[in-house]
Design a protein around this ligand. Structure first.
Ligand code: NAD
Length: 351
């Protein structure tokens, strides 16, 4: 028996959920959708769904067991609570809410009703991210201590409702939440300080070019960057560990790992090296023959695994891939990053 599912907000992501589920997840059947825009409801009908006449009609459909909420961010809290109160299991799009207090309100209702409430943090399944996790898990880098994760676009202003404060727009709540969720699930250690630089360069109301630093108790430092005006991209990932360096160049997941050869340790030479940029001893380039190049590890990951986990949760009582505790940790860090950006000062914490 397939789980009967409905979607609230049939825009870009709502229709993506429908297509992805139809193609890859036989355990879930999308029955219908509700959207405030008539043209979005028409699209849902053209795609073979029932379009409900109202939110209330969707919530009152006794067949629907699971709802995905894919509206602009400011509606997530009220819609999640309404759906839980109507007896439905809920998957909410990211960012779950605009701050941690709102999230805690939803979690309280989920605990009271005993229904599933989770969030579509699908980028934990991205291939580039899984590659970096695997390289670290396999010990290919030793102890990672500087982790740079960057997504750089060039369309300048934030798109549509993402440009407005009232909708919970801005880059920190849009892509920031993905990169923070990824890094906090990669590094198994509490966050001990955060520092946020949120610039509004092309979008007056909200942040559109941001740099975030998260320091972890185990000594690792993550530097996250998201921009909308980069015309020459830096690598997607650059990770420095005690035993190796990893780079994922781009979205195609090209890149490599470099390690030292067993006999590759080099003592200091007194000589100054002259480069085109100027003289250096500390940064003298290492001869290629002292290093070994490894390919990035192979990983097997698909976004539909997110929904396969949901089926497992609802049918077999499995643990959700994205838990309340993880969500609360991430939203606490987001709250603190907003504070840090406002004060212009880093914030100590233990999250
Ligand atoms: P969108 O503008 O394309 O679609 C939003 C839809 O919601 C629109 O059709 C709009 O009419 C409808 N809507 C607005 N208010 C509503 C309400 N109160 N009730 C019902 N419908 C309403 O936006 P999008 O890009 O699809 O983003 C939707 C959500 O998905 C956001 O929270 C966004 O952050 C998230 N998202 C997640 C990912 C991801 O990778 N996980 C990617 C893109 C977007």
């Amino acid at each position: 028996m397939s789980i009967i599912h409905a979607i609230i907000g049939y825009g870009g992501m709502g229709s993506w959920h429908h297509r992805n589920l139809k193609e890859h997840v036989p355990g879930i059947t999308v029955k219908g959708a509700w959207d405030i825009r008539p043209e979005a409801r028409e699209k849902a009908v053209e795609a073979g769904l029932i379009a409900y006449d109202s939110l209330e009609a969707l919530l009152a459909d006794p067949e629907v067991q699971l709802i995905t909420i894919a509206t602009p961010n400011n509606f997530h809290k009220d819609l999640s609570i309404a759906a839980l109160r109507a007896g439905k299991n809920v998957i909410c799009e990211k960012p779950v809410t605009l701050n941690c207090d709102e999230l805690k309100e939803i979690v309280a209702v989920a605990q009271e009703t005993g229904l599933l409430f989770t969030v579509h943090q699908n980028r934990r399944l991205d291939k580039d991210y899984r590659i970096v996790c695997k390289a670290i898990e396999d010990g290919l880098l030793g102890k990672p201590y500087f982790i740079e994760s960057k997504v750089q676009g060039s369309r300048r202003a934030m798109h549509g409702w993402r440009g407005y404060k009232v909708n919970g727009g801005g880059m920190l709540l849009d892509w920031g939440i993905h990169l923070i969720d990824q890094i906090m699930n990669m590094i198994d250690s509490p966050v001990t300080s955060v520092d946020g630089h949120l610039l509004s360069i092309f979008t007056p109301e909200v942040d559109d070019n941001i740099k975030l630093t998260l320091k972890f108790e185990n000594g690792a430092v993550a530097m996250l960057e998201m921009s909308t005006n980069t015309l020459i991209n830096a690598p997607r990932w650059h990770v420095t560990g005690t035993e190796g360096t990893l780079q994922v160049d781009n979205w195609q997941c090209e890149g490599k790992i470099m390690q030292l050869k067993e006999d590759g340790a080099m003592s200091w030479a007194d000589d100054i090296v002259y480069t085109a940029a100027g003289p250096t001893r500390t940064m003298a380039p290492r001869p290629a023959h002292t290093m070994v190049e490894l390919p990035l590890p192979e990983v097997d990951s698909h976004w539909s695994d997110y929904y396969n986990n949901i089926v497992d949760v609802l049918e077999n009582g499995a643990k959700p891939m994205v838990t309340h505790e993880q969500l609360i940790r991430v939203m606490n860090v987001v709250d603190l990053l907003f504070e840090s950006a406002k004060d212009g000062a880093g914030k100590a914490c233990h999250i």
